[in-house]
Design a protein around this ligand. Structure first.
Ligand SMILES: [Zn+2]
Length: 160
C-alpha cells in the first residue's frame, strides 16, 4: 500500500510539473522559425532587431516603402514569409506603410498595452517578429482596417 501511495505521489508530481510546462508553452508560443536573440542580432540590422524582436516603432516617414507603388509582395524581413500584397497597400498619410488586409494565415495577432490602452499588435506567424498594429480607421470602401506596418520589418519583392 505504501508503495502505491509513493507511486501516486510521484505521478501527481510529474503531472503537475507537465501541466506547468504546458502553461508556459502557451504563453511563449513556439514559431516554426525560432532563433535565439544572439542569432537574430547577427542576422538583422540594429533597426530591424529593435522593431522585429523588441516591438519597437520606426520613425514615421523613415521607410522608403511609404512611397513604394510597384506591384509585388511584401515579405517578412526576418524569415521571408510573404505578408502583404501591393494591391492592398494604401496611402494612409500616417508615415508608415499601410495595408487594408494581410495575406491570410501569415500574420498573427495579440493585444498589447504598451501605450496604456489595448492595441491589436500584429506579428509574423512564422517567426513571431513584430510588424506593427491594426486599427479600425482604414478605407471604408474595402475592409475598414488599417494595418500600420513598420517598413523596416518588411522586404519588398517586386513582381517580375
Ligand atoms: Zn517572419
Amino acid at each position: 500500500m505504501k508503495k502505491i501511495i509513493t507511486l501516486f505521489t510521484i505521478m501527481l508530481f510529474f503531472s503537475c510539473n507537465s501541466s506547468a510546462q504546458k502553461t508556459k508553452a502557451k504563453e511563449e508560443k513556439v514559431y516554426p522559425v525560432t532563433k535565439t536573440d544572439a542569432e537574430w542580432k547577427k542576422e538583422l540590422t540594429s533597426e530591424q532587431y529593435y522593431v522585429l524582436r523588441e516591438a519597437g516603432t520606426e520613425r514615421r516617414y523613415s521607410s522608403s516603402l511609404n512611397k513604394e507603388s510597384r506591384k509585388g509582395i511584401y515579405h517578412c524581413a526576418a524569415c521571408d514569409t510573404p505578408l502583404f500584397k501591393s494591391e492592398h497597400k494604401f496611402d494612409s498619410g500616417t508615415g508608415w506603410p499601410s495595408f487594408d488586409r494581410e495575406i491570410e494565415g501569415n500574420v498573427d495577432y495579440s493585444v498589447d498595452y504598451n501605450l496604456g490602452y489595448a492595441r491589436n499588435e500584429e506579428h509574423c506567424a512564422t517567426c513571431g517578429g513584430h510588424l506593427g498594429h491594426v486599427f479600425n480607421d482604414g478605407p471604408r470602401k474595402t475592409t475598414g482596417k488599417r494595418h500600420c506596418i513598420n517598413g523596416v520589418a518588411l522586404k519588398f519583392v517586386p513582381e517580375k
